[in-house]
Design a protein. Sequence first.
Length: 242
Amino acid sequence: MPRSSPSASASPAEPDAQPSPVHNSDMRLADDVQQRLLAVAHRRTLVRGESLFHKGSSPDALFGVVSGSLRVSVVAPGGREAVIAMLEPGHWFGEVSLLVGRERVYDTCAVGTTEMAVVAAADFHQLVADHPDVHMAFTRLVCLRLRQALAWIDDVILMPLPVRLAHRLLTLDARAVAPTEEGGGTLLGVSQEDLSFMLGVSRQSVNRQLKLWEEDGTLRVRYRSIELLDRAQLERHAATPR
C-alpha cells in the first residue's frame, strides 16, 4: 500500500480532504480510525531538536506524526541516552499514558522539521467511549506494542548483534516514508549513533557490521541515514545467528 500523510494545508475539520498518515506495518491504524482522529486534531510543527514532551510530563494528548520524524529516548541517571525508537509519518503514540492516566515514561524530540497531529486527551477519551472501533484499534495497538517489546527483550538476551541490528533495520523499513530520490532503495532516517543507542552497543560495532552488509549489497551507509537496497537479504541476515 502506498505510504501517505495528511496535507499540511488541509483543515482538520474536513477529514475527507485529508489523506491518512499511514505506514506499512502491523501497527498501522485503520484509515477510518485515523480520519476520526484527524477530524478532532490540531497541528503543531516542531523544529529540529525541539521537544514534544519530556519524561514525567502529564498525559494531555495523543500524537500522530504527519511529516518528519521523532526520536524517542530515555536517559539514565549517569547521562547515557538510550534511543527506543524513531517515529516516522503514520505513527500514532501516547495512548498508553492516556489510558492509564500516568505520566510519560520517555522523552521525544524532532529529528528535523516535523509536523504533528495532536488530539487532546478529552477528545481521545470521547472517541474511545463513543466508537467501539476506535476502542478496539487502540486495544490492538497496545497489545502489539507489548508483543514488540517482548520480542526486543528476547533479542537482547538471546541474539547476537548482527541479528538484532537486522531486526531493528527491518522494523524501521516497515515505517519508512519513501524510496530514495535515485530510486535505488528505501532511505531509513536513522544514524549509526542512533542504532548504537537503540541496541546498547558501541557505534564502532554497528559501523563494522554495516560495512560488511554494504560490501554484500544489502545496504548503503549514508550521512545520518541508511539506504536499504535488498530487504530480502536483510531478512536472511535477521534469520541467521552469527
